[in-house]
Design a protein around this ligand. Structure first.
Ligand code: SAH
Length: 400
């Protein structure tokens, strides 16, 4: 094994690492290394040692509040192309257990960062294309080894790898992460989810192009939609709308402030239900739409807004935002209506989100019951040592 630089922890700072939490905060190190004195650059592999010199494991170094993202807690394991091959094979083995991909679902998450013991890496698969995002300089430097290993996974059938990290890497001029194919080229953009078809625009779309994390929750919306008048707020690519139509909704309205999102939604509705005349879509602000709509117009409403809190500092405003948004839905939803309400903010806990929805319900003075408590699907696994990985929270409420 090649010798790596060793970063030492302050006394008492090894506890969370001894419990396999994969982040080392800069304040836990005896000293933040720098390129000039220590020859350690962002993205380099480093070993982390306890205050008594015991090696705890190896990770990627970066400048910021998280200084090291741990890749292995085995002091003797080398992090090289084979290492990434093994970790990706483990990730694929779990998806195989989950029957992903299958004949009816070809859109799924293959690598979920810390949840797959690969902090800083996300890979979503759409048919034969993998869309890969690096969230750390270390993963950026490893991108070619990772992309090659992806194409070698026996059952995944990945032919092309599109690298999309322009907006996910911390801004560093020398990284210059251009969004582009790093293996293969364009080979079609239609993927299946539970037998429904979706066009995925990884070139221009948000994140990797599609929110695969709502698959199970979309399925549940489909099961409640028969005969209902559905309102899908923050629709993006129209996932919930397509499931509602498939589930026999009486009518579906999709709303998103982005005109591009509305055209993606319209295209996906047309792809699955050519000539559909019970779907309408509007490119308007969600709050304005809820204010202007008639009370009782909809008896199934979905609220899936973008993360209101990207950081802890924005928590208070985010909770107010969730309360205001949900209050409007409680005010307008029909008697006997079903509200699907979500938060994808990592900084907002399940309890905080529930409290915000509770306050909104109380404000409306309506009788509200919780039917389901939702989270992310199994291809977004939560590393038990990294509870921060549980980011998607949802409630299904029956409103009288
Ligand atoms: N429900 C979607 C994902 C939603 S992503 C799915 O299942 O795939 C969040 C969406 O909210 C984005 O498409 C964004 O354009 C939209 N958005 C953000 N702010 C908004 C606002 N104030 N009003 C309406 N839409 C908004």
């Amino acid at each position: 094994m090649t010798t790596l630089p060793i970063l030492r922890l302050k006394r008492g700072k090894e506890d969370s690492l001894d419990r396999f939490h994969p982040w080392v905060f800069s304040g836990a190190l005896t000293r933040m290394p720098d390129a000039e004195h220590d020859g350690i650059e962002e993205g380099d592999l480093v070993q982390v040692a306890a205050s008594d010199g015991r090696i705890i494991g190896t990770g990627h170094f970066q400048i910021g509040s998280i200084a090291v993202r741990m890749l292995t807690f085995d002091a003797t394991e080398t992090v090289d192309a084979d290492f990434f091959g093994r970790r990706l094979a483990d990730a694929a083995a779990l998806r195989h257990t989950l029957r992903l991909p299958s004949e009816t679902t070809t859109a799924y998450r293959l690598v979920h960062g810390e949840g797959d013991f690969l902090p800083g890496l996300v890979v979503d698969v759409y048919g034969a294309t993998a869309v890969m995002q690096a969230h750390s300089p270390g993963m950026h430097f490893a991108r070619h080894a990772i992309a090659e290993a992806l194409t070698k996974l026996p059952d995944a059938g990945i032919k092309s790898v599109y690298y999309k990290s322009e907006t996910t890497l911390p801004y560093k001029a020398h990284l210059d992460p251009q969004n582009d194919y790093i293996v293969g080229s364009y080979i079609g953009d239609t993927a299946l989810e539970n037998g429904l078809q979706f066009r995925v625009d990884w070139l221009k779309g948000q994140k990797t192009g599609f929110f695969v994390d709502q698959r199970d929750n979309r399925d549940l919306v489909g099961r409640y939609s028969a005969g209902r008048s559905v309102l899908n707020m923050f629709c993006y690519t129209g996932g919930f709308s397509v499931y509602a139509l498939a589930g026999g909704a009486r009518s579906v309205v999709s709303v998103d402030s982005s005109a591009k999102a509305i055209s993606l939604t319209d295209a996906n509705v047309e792809l699955n239900f050519p000539g559909c005349d019970i779907h309408k879509s509007f490119a308007v602000d969600a709050f304005k739409y809820l204010d202007s709509m008639e009370s009782g117009e909809h008896d199934l409403i979905i609220l899936d807004p973008p993360a209101f809190a990207k950081h802890r500092s924005a928590l208070h405003n985010a909770l107010q935002g969730y309360r205001r948004l949900n209050a409007k839905a409680f005010e307008k939803i029909a008697h006997g209506g079903i509200l699907f309400t979500f938060s994808c903010s990592q900084a907002v806990s399940k309890e905080q989100f529930r409290l915000a929805v509770f306050s909104a319900a109380a404000q409306s003075r309506r009788r509200v019951r919780i039917l389901h408590q939702l989270t992310q699907p199994a291809d977004h696994p939560i590393n038990i040592y990294h509870p921060e990985g549980e980011y998607l929270k949802g409630l299904v409420l029956y409103v009288e």
